[in-house]
Design a protein around this ligand. Structure first.
Ligand code: FPP
Length: 246
């Protein structure tokens, strides 16, 4: 009671929020720092947002950490991101326990360095026992690549008679994606002013509300997430149906 107000009182909290964490480089440049400093700050922001989101009642968070296109960046930047990732995956084993987090990596995992694959395997194995926030980290991820990999898996099941052509429908396709079993995002937030999808969760975002903010990812905080949730509550989700006229 007292001074503490809750800006989200009475509002619907999205069950699943997806983030395109954009603007680390621009955040760093604006401060006269190296791009890599921006990425390090961005990984801190990720840890904070996971805690904050869960406290607000969000159950699933999915973040775009490294795309299939990000390999085109300078060797130096790719090497730094891989180092940061190693550190993040290592620390996340303890972080998951502390915050009761279940972490899963989505994307073309076999295309990542072997030691990173091992760290992912360990982290997923350890954190499967936790039932707090479910965090999906997209690594070496591309939406089209994910769909192509799903088609190949389905094709293999057809050839080996595990599946019949008549089994193929939208639910089945969803189950062959990396996000199998995870509800589609209700809200997708992209920071840093860019208004595009950049090959993120192409299938899963079909009915998702989008929120774009000028803020750079390292500046994204609890207040910014609350702003997004307030805006989310101002829109009415119809899933292709008609507005309720009553
Ligand atoms: C976008 O900023 C960010 C990335 C390409 C990498 C995302 C990585 C993090 C937020 C931190 C690392 C996360 C983990 C899990 C280790 P940008 O470089 O495209 O920024 P710019 O558009 O301003 O140049």
């Amino acid at each position: 009671m007292g001074m503490k107000e809750n800006r989200l009182d009475g509002l619907a909290i999205p069950k699943h929020v997806a983030f395109i964490m954009d603007g680390n480089g621009r955040w760093a440049r604006a401060k006269g720092k190296k791009r890599t400093t921006g990425h390090r700050e961005g990984s801190r922001t990720l840890k904070n947002i996971c805690k904050v989101a869960y406290e607000l009642g969000v159950e699933y968070v999915t973040v775009y950490a490294f795309s299939t296109e990000n390999w085109k960046r300078s060797d130096e930047e790719v090497a730094f991101l891989m180092r940061l990732l190693r550190q993040y995956l290592k620390e996340s084993v303890q972080e998951a326990e502390k915050n009761n987090m279940r972490i899963k990596v989505i994307g073309h995992i076999e295309g990542l360095p072997r030691d990173i694959q091992d760290k992912i395997e360990l982290l997923e194995k350890v954190s499967i026992q936790y039932d707090g926030l479910k965090l999906q980290i997209a690594l070496n991820y591309g939406g089209r690549d994910e769909i192509v990999r799903a088609i190949k898996k389905i094709n293999h099941e057809l050839e080996t008679d595990v599946l019949q052509h008549s089994d193929i429908n939208e639910d089945l396709v969803s189950r062959y994606l990396d996000t199998s079993g995870i509800p589609d995002p209700d809200l997708m937030i992209r920071t840093s002013g860019e208004v595009r999808l950049s090959n993120f969760l192409l299938w899963q975002l079909a009915y998702t509300e989008f929120y774009f903010t000028e803020k750079y990812w390292p500046d994204f905080d609890k207040n910014a997430l609350e702003d997004a949730i307030i805006k989310y509550n101002e829109t009415e989700r119809r899933f292709g149906g008609l507005a309720d006229e009553t």
